[in-house]
Design a protein around this ligand. Structure first.
Ligand code: TEU
Length: 515
């Protein structure tokens, strides 16, 4: 049975910001459908949609009020089905986002819990207590909110995102139905939000250090998870090859402070894929990157679980700004966009040459910088609100995509405004402008996706950061100040920047045909 996801390139769509089809300034399925040819030409194997379910959008849709429908702002279930069928026509599979750790406070089950008595079965679907412990929300502030009758409920994220009680068998039973609802509709896979969450230590103990982190804790990486995901794997594997060749898949959003925190998930019959976030958490330093790659490959060695590589998503600063900023960046003035762009292009050649699957977040292929100067009044991320502005949050990487023209809204919408503002000066970054430019970042991504190497990985001796894939392909990066002579090769396949005299300048990567 083909495991199509093992070396797939998956494109992440953040639906609010990908493409607007109805002129209201928010992206939707109609807009995405119109842009399918773009995705087909980019050459991706699948798209993952961040949540599009009915939601108050208090956390961009990761606050789900109904797991089995489409929010009218994004379209209808029929529009979703149309997209899946049309994508299949282009050979593109669809992955949907499942949010099992928490729902929206607008979810009928939580509304029923609020209306019910303390100690009732309705409340037992969530985590209500008479007194809070000292846990903190990952978005800032306490992880507990008090209800009018005096009880408190747990929310690891925003107060509008109550955590489900996974120790109550009704919760896994409900999610099994949600999984089947989408799998029956023909989706090829699921992305599982906060996959290291869900189960909590039943004692809900106070912790010595309540600072949120992704290490194993009474709320993250609980031992129940491994057996739980085996049940989801069995559901995935029970689906026939009716839509596409190959099994259905799921990719877990497992964060860890260290690579070893993910080890338990790399077992036979587990969740088919676990994101590898360590590449973008690693500094722009050859030795550090080499160490991360070696440790990541060791994690997947001999396991049938795949760990897709990632350099950006809707939760982290755009690579161009991250690699061009003295961290943490707080204003455009501090970001060297030219330097960041140079490094992000080299990182793209690394990402797409490594063995296994890679996820590309919308706009990464355009080399968009983070929009850091969004006015306070326009910011939407609860992280910004809950931290009283101390953390800028993630709006800057969620700006509507510039498709064409030289000014806002850059072809994103037929309307005049967009749900988050776009900066001026993005005219040269639009899809239209970059398609016409053979040296654009979009062209680089298209060429790299089309030409991904398949052979066995081996480090290339004599270089800080270089490796071969089989006998005839090499990827070489130079992150150091000194130019590096290229190894003997038959031809230069791709370069992240201009190369002269077979010498690789600083912050540049090349793909070489060796023979
Ligand atoms: O993100 C998860 C998340 O943000 C944390 O679990 C993570 O541990 C931390 O930020 C990294 O150190 C997911 C979604 O991707 C995000 O957009 C949502 O806001 C969040 O869950 C809540 O649903």
């Amino acid at each position: 049975m083909t495991q199509w996801w093992r070396d797939a390139v998956v494109y992440q769509i953040y639906p609010r910001s990908f493409a607007d089809g109805n002129g209201d300034g928010t992206g939707d399925f109609a807009g995405a459908l119109a842009r399918l040819p773009y995705l087909a030409e980019l050459g991706v194997d699948a798209v993952w949609f961040s949540p599009f379910y009915p939601s108050p959008l208090a956390d961009g849709g990761y606050d789900v009020a109904d797991y089995c429908d489409v929010d009218p702002r994004f379209g209808t279930l029929a529009d979703f089905d149309t997209f899946v069928a049309a994508a299949a026509g282009h050979g593109i599979r669809v992955i949907v986002d499942i949010v099992p750790n928490h729902c929206s406070s607008a979810h009928p089950a939580f509304q029923a819990a609020l209306a019910a008595e303390p100690g009732s079965p309705e409340r037992d679907l969530f985590i209500f207590r008479d007194a809070p412990n000292n846990w903190q929300s990952l978005f800032g502030g306490p992880a507990w909110t008090q209800t009018p009758d005096g009880q408190w409920y747990l929310h690891l994220f925003d107060s509008s995102q109550p955590d489900w009680n996974w120790a109550n068998p009704a919760v896994p039973a409900m999610f099994e139905k949600v999984l089947r609802f989408w799998l029956d509709r023909g989706v090829a896979g699921l992305r599982v939000d906060v996959a290291h969450g869900l189960f909590k230590d039943p004692e809900l103990p106070d912790v010595p250090d309540p600072t949120p982190s992704d290490r194993p804790s009474p709320w993250f990486h609980r031992p129940e998870l491994v057996a739980h995901y085996a049940t989801w794997r069995a559901i995935l594997d029970s689906y026939p090859e009716d839509v596409f060749p190959g099994r259905r898949t799921a990719v877990g959003e497992f964060w860890g402070d260290e690579i070893t925190h993910l080890e338990p998930y790399f077992i036979p019959g587990g969740m088919p894929q676990a994101f590898n976030f360590f590449l973008f958490q690693t500094a722009w330093d050859a030795a550090a990157l080499r160490h991360t790659i070696t440790a990541s490959l060791a994690l997947t060695e001999g396991s049938d679980v795949v760990a897709p590589w990632v350099i950006s998503n809707h939760d982290v600063m755009r690579p161009v700004s991250r690699y061009g900023a003295p961290a943490p960046a707080h204003s455009d003035a501090e970001v060297d966009v030219a330097l960041g762009t140079r490094r992000a292009r080299a990182a793209a050649l690394l990402l797409l040459a490594l063995p296994g699957s890679a996820y590309v977040y919308q706009g990464e292929e355009l080399g968009l910088p983070e929009f850091l100067d969004i006015p306070a009044a326009d910011r939407d991320d609860p992280v910004y609100r809950r931290s009283q502005g101390a953390r800028l949050g993630r709006d800057g990487c969620r700006v509507p995509i510039p498709w064409s023209c030289t000014a806002q809204p850059y072809g994103f919408t037929e309307g005049t405004s967009t749900w988050l503002p776009q900066p001026s000066g993005w005219g040269s970054l639009t899809v239209e402008a970059q398609l016409a430019d053979p040296s654009s970042t979009l062209t680089l991504y298209r060429q790299a996706i089309a030409g991904r190497p398949r052979g066995e990985f081996a480090w290339l001796d004599g270089y800080d950061l270089a490796f071969t894939r089989g006998d005839d392909f090499a990827c070489v990066l130079n992150l150091g100040a000194e130019p590096v002579p290229l190894p003997a090769h038959e031809s230069l396949l791709l370069a992240s920047d201009a190369i002269t005299d077979d010498v690789l300048p600083q912050d540049t990567a090349v793909w070489l045909r060796l023979r």
